[in-house]
Design a protein around this ligand. Structure first.
Ligand SMILES: NC(=O)c1ccc[n+]([C@@H]2O[C@H](COP(=O)([O-])OP(=O)(O)OC[C@H]3O[C@@H](n4cnc5c(N)ncnc54)[C@H](OP(=O)(O)O)[C@@H]3O)[C@@H](O)[C@H]2O)c1
Length: 259
C-alpha cells in the first residue's frame, strides 16, 4: 500500500509553548531534562526540595529560552496524609488548567545489603521512587487529559532504571522500587492508550550525577552516561509522532562492559 508523503515524515510533536512538569529538577538528570525543554521554548514547572538549587535551574532555563519557569518546592518523601494532600493540592493549583508533559524523575538511591533494609529506609525510598510518581500522576491526570484533548499531544515520562528489570547486589531496596515502577507504567500506558497520550519509561544505567559519585563499581564519571543523554531520550519520546509511542528507552554505558 502506498502512503502519501508528508512534509515532515516524522510528524514530530512541537514542544513550543508546552507546559512541562519536571520532578527532581534541582540537580543531576532532572536539571538536564529541564534545560533541554527550556531550549524548546516551553513553560516549566520544576519541583524538588532544595530552593537554592531550584533557583539555579530556573536561571539556566530562562537563559536558554524557557517562556516561564515556576518553582514548586515540595518534599515527595513526606508520607503524612494531611501534608501529602496539601502538597498535591498545591501542585495542582500551581499548574492550573494546562499540562502537556509530566516527567517523573525525582529519586533516591540506596546501597545497603538486603539484610540491612529497615522499615524506615523502606518507607523513605518507596515514598520518593514509587509512591510519588503514582499519586502525582493521579492528582494531575484530569488536567493532563483535558489538555491532551485540547492540544492533541501529551506525554507522561518516568525515569526508571536498568535496575527496574535486573537485580544487583546491595541494591535490593532501590531495585524493588524501580521494578514496581515498571509494572505501574505499563498498566498506566494500557489505561491511557485510547486517549492518545504517550506513556514512556527511560531506563538509564550509570549516569554521572551525585547519585553515582563514589559508586562501588569503581566506574569513572567520564565513562558513565551524561545527564544530557538522558534528557535527549526524554525529548525523543516527548516529541515522537502521534502514530506511535516509544514505550521504553534503555540507555546503557557504551564503554563499560556489562552495564
Ligand atoms: N544516576 C544514575 O546512575 C541513575 C541511573 C538510573 C536511574 N536513575 C534515576 O534518575 C533519577 C534522577 O537521579 P539523579 O542521578 O539525577 O540523582 P540526583 O542527582 O541525586 O538527583 C535526585 C533529584 O531528586 C530530587 N529528590 C530526591 N528526594 C526528593 C524528595 N524527597 N522530594 C522531592 N525531590 C526529591 C532531588 O532534589 P532535592 O534533593 O532538592 O529534593 C534531586 O533533584 C532518579 O529517579 C534515579 O533513580 C539514576
Amino acid at each position: 500500500m502506498q502512503t502519501a508523503p508528508t512534509p515532515d515524515p516524522f510528524c514530530r510533536r512541537d514542544l513550543s509553548g508546552a507546559r512541562v512538569l519536571v520532578t527532581g529538577a534541582s540537580r543531576g538528570i532532572g536539571r538536564a531534562i529541564s534545560t533541554a525543554f527550556a531550549r524548546h521554548s516551553t513553560h516549566l514547572y520544576i519541583l524538588a526540595r532544595s530552593l537554592d538549587a531550584l533557583e539555579v535551574t530556573k536561571g539556566l532555563c530562562l537563559s536558554l529560552g524557557a517562556q516561564s519557569v515556576t518553582i514548586i518546592q515540595a518534599d515527595l518523601g513526606d508520607t503524612d496524609p494531611t501534608r501529602t494532600q496539601a502538597m498535591l493540592d498545591m501542585v495542582v493549583s500551581t499548574i492550573g488548567d494546562t499540562l502537556d508533559i509530566m516527567v517523573h524523575n525525582a529519586g533516591r538511591g540506596t546501597r545497603e545489603s538486603a539484610a540491612d533494609i529497615t522499615p524506615a529506609a523502606f518507607d523513605a525510598v518507596h515514598a520518593v521512587n514509587l509512591r510519588a510518581p503514582q499519586i502525582l500522576t493521579a492528582a494531575l491526570l484530569p488536567t493532563f487529559l483535558s489538555t491532551q484533548e485540547r492540544h492533541g499531544r501529551g506525554s507522561i515520562v518516568f525515569v526508571g532504571s536498568v535496575l527496574g528489570v535486573h537485580g544487583r547486589a546491595r541494591s535490593a531496596l532501590y531495585c524493588s522500587t524501580k521494578h514496581g515502577l515498571e509494572g505501574y507504567v505499563d498498566s498506566l500506558w494500557q489505561e491511557l492508550q485510547p486517549t492518545g497520550s504517550h506513556v514512556s519509561i527511560i531506563r538509564p544505567s550509570y549516569v554521572a550525577t551525585d547519585m553515582t559519585s563514589g559508586n562501588q563499581a569503581g566506574i569513572r564519571p567520564e565513562d558513565m552516561i551524561h545527564p544530557d543523554d538522558i534528557a535527549s531520550a526524554v525529548l525523543f519520546v516527548s516529541t515522537f509522532s502521534n502514530r506511535g509511542c516509544p514505550r521504553i528507552v534503555q540507555v546503557q554505558c557504551q564503554n563499560v562492559e556489562g552495564s
